[in-house]
Ligand binder design. Structure first.
Ligand SMILES: [Zn+2]
Length: 259
């Protein structure tokens, strides 16, 4: 791979720090600001690694498919939510399959929606139970308990156990990597972030997604957003007009969706 990982960064950082300290003590004094710069650089790399899943810094996270075929997948996070039903209607009309990374706490009362997602040929992924604001500050045991609670909700509603996991807020860290490994999940990111949660203009949102299309792209959308439901028919049309086929996420990535 050759990619920088958490482990190799730490080895490099410790070696470099050792050399700096040795120079400082044995050869010539190094200004304290230089050590501060060193720490800042280390923290900056860690921060970038937490928010950029595709770097695979803490663990490999699949964010797209390696293919030359014009195939892409649609994914919807944060449901079941207000616009899930409308989105399912559109997907059905266009005969398109998608993946829904659901939040466990949204499931009670929405079991029929979960059952519809499954019966209409879509995939359910785990997006945590709480989607807690401080989720990334949880210890790995607490994270795993949260993820399992989500599994229980899906099992209760559909009898299925999700294998695909998408980190809340798209943030990875060492504790989450540990929880994912322990739980046996497959972490899935994305390669096209639509920013539909912030979008105000439909045409801008559409062109932002269409402009980034590549063979194997995984598109991140949210079924909690009205604008997403509104542009979906046009989005599907434009993707097809560009010569792309929308395929189920697990088929695109060639992985199992359920245990
Ligand atoms: Zn989310």
């Amino acid at each position: 791979m050759g990619a920088l990982t958490f482990r190799s960064l730490n080895i490099i950082a410790i070696l470099a720090l050792g050399i700096l300290v040795a120079i400082h003590l044995c050869w010539m004094p190094i200004h304290w600001a230089f050590f501060l710069l060193f720490a800042w650089l280390y923290i900056s790399i860690i921060f970038l690694a937490c928010v950029k899943l595709s770097l695979g810094f803490f663990m490999p996270v699949v964010c797209s498919a390696k293919t030359t075929e014009r195939v892409v997948a649609l994914t919807f996070d944060d449901g079941p939510a207000r616009y899930t039903a409308a989105i399912l209607d559109t997907l059905k009309q266009h005969n398109v399959s998608a993946a829904f990374f659901c939040i466990g706490k949204n499931i009670p009362g929405n079991e029929p929606l979960l059952q519809r997602i499954v019966s209409e040929g879509h995939t359910i992924g785990n997006h945590s139970y709480s989607h807690h604001y401080w989720f990334d500050m949880f210890g790995s045991g607490k994270m795993l308990a949260d993820m399992k609670q989500m599994d229980n909700e899906v099992a209760r509603a559909t009898g299925l156990k999700p294998l695909l996991f998408r980190p809340p807020y798209g943030v990875m860290n060492p504790n989450l990597a540990r929880a994912i490994k322990k739980g046996g999940y497959k972490p899935v990111g994305w390669s096209i972030r639509s920013f539909d949660t912030r979008a105000k203009d439909k045409q801008m949102l559409l062109s932002r997604i269409i402009g980034q299309l590549k063979p194997g792209s995984v598109i991140l959308l949210h079924d909690s957003m009205e604008i997403t439901a509104a542009i979906l028919p046009e989005l599907i049309e434009q993707i097809k007009n560009k010569g792309y086929k929308i395929v189920p996420l697990n088929k695109l990535l060639n992985i199992d969706a359920y245990a």
